[in-house]
Design a protein around this ligand. Structure first.
Ligand code: HEM
Length: 435
């Protein structure tokens, strides 16, 4: 009895910013990239605030994140209302428990090692096409939008098998859809959210068409065999199309952000580019189809690996992800009551610790002097399903471009990063190829 009381009293109550309506907090969140960092400094690694009426707990640090994610039975997945509505009620992102697990098993078939081997040649072809386009361009090219197009095409063409006009029209709808992701979910006529709901309708129609047509073996949809739900009943097409929509959502903005931020660092930081090139000049291009997923891994390409890690640390494509508590939990010594939304604040967490953590220095990952445990792909039962595909795409693009081109940036542009929904260079990273 006494010991139980002692243990309980050692836990601290949840610190709060005192915000009630959360209007100013939400404005500050969207305007100030150091929003969470500043509040962590004041309140510690776990605190609560309010965002437009939604109470939200923020957490940072390895201890707090591990404490939360390791208690799988006590947490559910959660996304803001706008994301929930745009993804749809069938989407595995909006499901929990057995129903979530069953759909993850289905979708994971698209990202197995053998599936990645199949996708390799088509991704390499896209990288070569982009290298040619850059070589032949007569005007500066916005590299960030090329990265968006590439990451979208990998999922739309390589994974889903979409071709030509269908793919291009879907891309336009997706750009509309993405703009409203973290907006206020009120469909006033003409608002970004209303436009996004219309775009969602068109996207689902196209995806339904993909499923109703004979399977195009260029893509990976034939790998979706035995798609059963949690009670062993085949998934309906309505259910499957929402899983495919999720893949487009989850996979392109994120990967394009990582690629754009990585290329930006190389282009504005010539000593880092020279350091990376010393390794890349010895890597083969294109890689062997059978070894496509290991040719440029940590063992064969440690500097490239360190470069990717550092981009994911300093500019994580997903700056924060969420859970909802089902029970009272203790996280890093702080009590979080049941039914609270918790944001795992990766951007702040990745800069919190000892050393020069505000600097971009990939060498830290080779010298083993990075004190941060990185989780750019999340963790626990909801860890990113496309992690291996994203890692492969990024490595193929960086090696393919650097082996074939020397790019230079146009100096007169804004290199700062827009932060939401994912970091991107403000002016699109205008580049030209050097002859
Ligand atoms: C650099 C690129 C990427 C990053 C940084 C990233 C990051 C993340 C993060 C942080 C989560 C949330 C994990 C959690 O809640 O614990 C997530 C979930 C997910 N990601 Fe990714 N992702 C990337 C690329 C991709 C790609 C290419 C795909 C597929 C085409 C993909 C598919 C998914 C799916 C389906 C989920 C939901 C998993 C679930 O709720 O069970 N992601 N990703």
């Amino acid at each position: 009895m006494q010991r139980g009381w002692m243990a309980k009293s050692a836990h601290r109550p949840l610190p709060t910013t005192g915000a009630l309506t959360g209007t100013l907090e939400a404005l500050a969140f969207f305007r100030d990239p150091t929003f969470a960092q500043r509040r962590f400094k004041r309140h510690g690694n776990v605190f609560e605030t309010s965002m437009l009426g939604q109470p939200m707990v923020f957490i940072q640090g390895e201890q707090a994140i591990n404490d939360l994610l390791s208690q799988a039975d006590a947490i559910d997945g959660w996304w803001p209302k706008s994301v929930q509505q745009l993804l749809g009620r069938h989407s595995l992102a909006n499901r929990n428990g057995a129903s979530h697990k069953a759909r993850r098993k289905v979708v994971a078939q698209l990202f197995s090692t053998s599936a990645l081997m199949r996708y390799g040649p088509s991704i390499i072809e896209m990288v070569d096409d982009l290298a040619d386009e850059l070589k032949n361009a007569t005007r500066p090219v916005p590299l960030a939008s090329k990265m968006r197009g590439f990451a979208f095409s990998v999922i739309a063409s390589t994974v889903l098998g979409l071709e030509g006009t269908d793919r291009d029209e879907m891309f336009l709808d997706f750009e509309i859809w993405t703009k409203a992701l973290f907006s206020i979910p009120i469909a006033l006529p003409g608002s970004p959210f209303a436009k996004a709901l219309k775009a969602r309708k068109r996207l689902l129609e196209r995806l339904r068409k993909v499923l109703s047509e004979p399977i195009n073996c260029q893509g990976g949809l034939d790998l979706l065999t035995g798609s059963l739900d949690e009670s062993g009943i085949p998934l309906t097409d309505e259910d499957l199309v929402e899983q495919l929509l999720l893949l487009l959502f989850a996979g392109y903005e994120t990967t394009a952000s990582a690629l754009s931020c990585l290329m930006r660092e190389l282009l504005i930081n010539p000593p880092i580019e020279a350091w990376l090139r010393e390794e890349i000049d010895y890597l083969s291009w294109p890689p062997t189809p059978q070894l496509v997923s290991i040719d440029y891994d940590t063992t064969n390409a440690p500097r490239l690996d360190a470069m990717v890690r550092e981009v994911m640390r300093l500019t994580p494509p997903v700056g924060g992800f969420f859970r909802r508590t089902k029970k009272t939990l203790v996280v890093d010594g702080v009590v979080i009551p049941a039914n609270r939304v918790v944001q795992i604040a990766l951007t702040a967490s990745n800069r919190n610790g000892i050393g020069d953590l505000e600097a971009f220095r990939p060498q830290r990952h080779i010298d083993n002097d990075c004190s941060i445990t990185l989780m750019p792909f999340g963790g626990g039962e909801r860890i990113c399903l496309g992690k291996s595909l994203a890692e492969l795409e990024i490595r193929l693009m960086v090696v393919g471009l650097l082996r074939q081109l020397q790019l230079v940036v146009i100096q007169d542009q804004d290199f700062t990063l827009q932060q939401l929904p994912s970091p991107f260079p403000q002016d699109g990273l205008l580049v030209k190829a050097q002859n």
